[in-house]
Design a protein around this ligand. Sequence first.
Ligand code: BGC
Length: 749
Amino acid sequence: MKPIPELLSEMTLEEKASLLSGDDVWHTKAVERLGIPRVMVSDGPHGLRKEEDVPGQPGVRETIKAVCFPTACSSTASFDRDAVRRMGEALGEECQHEGVAVNLGPAINIKRSPLCGRNFEYMTEDPFLAGEMAVSLVQGIQSRDVGTSVKHFACNSQEHRRMSSDSTVDERTLREIYLPAYEAAAKRGKAWTFMCSYNRLNGEYASQNKRLLTELLRDEWGYEGLVMSDWGAVSDRVKGVPAGLDLEMPSSHGVNDAEIVRAVREGRLSEKDVDRCAERVLRLVERFTATARPDTPWDLDAHHALAAELAADCMVLLKNEGGLLPFAPGEKVAVIGEFAEKPRFQGGGSSHINCHQVTSLMDALEGMPGVTYAQGYRIDSDEADEALAAEALAAAKAADKALLVIGLPERDESEGFDRKHLRLPANQNALVEAVSRVNPNVAVLLYNGAPVEMPWVNCIRGLVEGYLAGQAVGLANKAVLWGEVNPSGRLPESFPLRLEDTPCSLSYGGEGDRAVYSEGVFVGYRYYTAKKQPVLFPFGAGGSYTTFAYSNLRLNHTEMDDTDTLRVEVDVTNTGSRPGKEVVQLYVAPHESRVFRPVRELKGFEKLSLAPGETKTAVFTLDKRAFAYWSVETHGWFVETGVFGIEICRSAEEVILSTPVTVRGTVPAPLTVTEDTIVEDLARYPAKFALLKKAVAALKNPDGAEAEAIGDNDVLDMDRYAPLRTLIAFGERMDHQRLGELIDAMNRV
Ligand code: BGC
């Protein structure tokens, strides 16, 4: 390709406009006259869903065989940046092999409610965790010179009316909950592309939202990549161009290209804006074609093995009473449930991979002595099948232990619609209870992309959250359940007891197109901990077959400015007899604040691998952002001077070690004083407050009492909430002019 400035100067307006939408479902447009090739994009995010034309059948496409890695709900449960990065590297290699320029992921929308049909494809309810995992996946894929598309930007946390609903979110909630992962992916991940979401955000479609795509993403975060639309997300293409939407996907079949040309000709759209978008498309094309390596090998079997290894890292052990798990090789275990034979390991919709191989649990257990199998229920029905259930009970009775493999069928959970409830199919719930009545040693293995209610949780002794773990699911399950791998996953989301307990249960989905995020920053564990609302399992929960002891929590400061960085160290020892991995979680807990803040927020995590008896140190570095909230007064990150707990936790609800640090905010929040400013707010600004005291002293004693004669409390006690204008009402010698002079003086100091 010729240099981009040269190409742009040689292109006609029509040619430039043509670059601003796709050629077909998966390609950008070529401009053959100038030697500009087209490039291909493909889903994403946990595998390669590349569609190819079927030779001889025009218009018919087929998805190539590829490897389904653990879906995002699962891979995020690893809390393992390195594992996610390795998955990305493998994906990047697959894309190189297949000539795909951009893998359409990661999908990092915050899990606002467990009802979102697409939660299996999203990472977590926590913005910090989402950001870390997003950066790892982006860097992994892009290390192979293949782009990513960070999606769906932004606030697409429901499938219900996803193409028209208006996510109505206040500024602080946006900044603290819904945007930080994107910010990390843009700034640290340097994602090649972003994908805007279908929905509107605060009244404007994301695809034409200048505030989002330009002022925030580009001007503020310094993002230099391309923004494409979600498939069919464009409403007003002409408006989208200056707003910062570079590429409409999939295609408008020329309609919107012509609109763009017409708008430029009629003076409604600047050609410079068109050039800017075209330039970004050209940069993407150039970037990929310059480093395309179709000869990159792709060993599907090796990637299947990698998918198994990664999936094992993601299994979450939620219950293990009396050390029921792991099963010993040769132990008599009745495996029950059709999912053991026909696993659910990925979600429905655009991320659906055509797997080159699937290993179910029963495949993985083939030849394992002591293992029996009973189907127990039918996946395709919610109704109990008496014959299957009876067979399962007989198998459970005849075995030492029973493993029930249950989960959500695809009809309950998919892209395109939201769930209506959190229940598992009734036949599966009933079977767990029935089996636990005939055998006291029951473990449950779950396949689901989002939390479910577990009415039987007290009847069972072992529980593993298997999520949707990718095509090598059975190998990973066997490795964890039979003790070849020590489980080390942690829940990246809270599991509520009931749907009614969830923070947005009264407003999720919205009324018509208006979806108001009224719970604000209190999403997930931020809500449950503040509300002291019991949950089934908290965010961050997950066990191991070994035990870990924490000691020696130390900080490099006990007092610091918000411009300093805090180094936190804690020692972790494997006190059990098996090697294992521990996820060390660090939360920051503000002791008090003028704004409503969550009890604690995740600000660091490290996964340590420890041999029995071994001790390692987890090291964290916290900067201003770890202590700050988003101030709607300053429109910036703001640290309030005060004490913060540095908490090392086993989950969002279990603090193991805690120590305080005092952080001094170095930037005072600006206060513009008006007649309506109240006394308590002025008291936080000593210079302004001194002027007030002086004025009050003068009012009380016109013969010239000293300001110092008035104590802080003399002003605060009675009149804490009084606006300045009450000086006129209560102090005879004050009028608007004098008050105005006082206010001016206050605004000068
Ligand atoms: C989804 C995207 C996906 C695109 C292309 C859309 O419906 O929301 O996540 O990348 O389709 O398949």
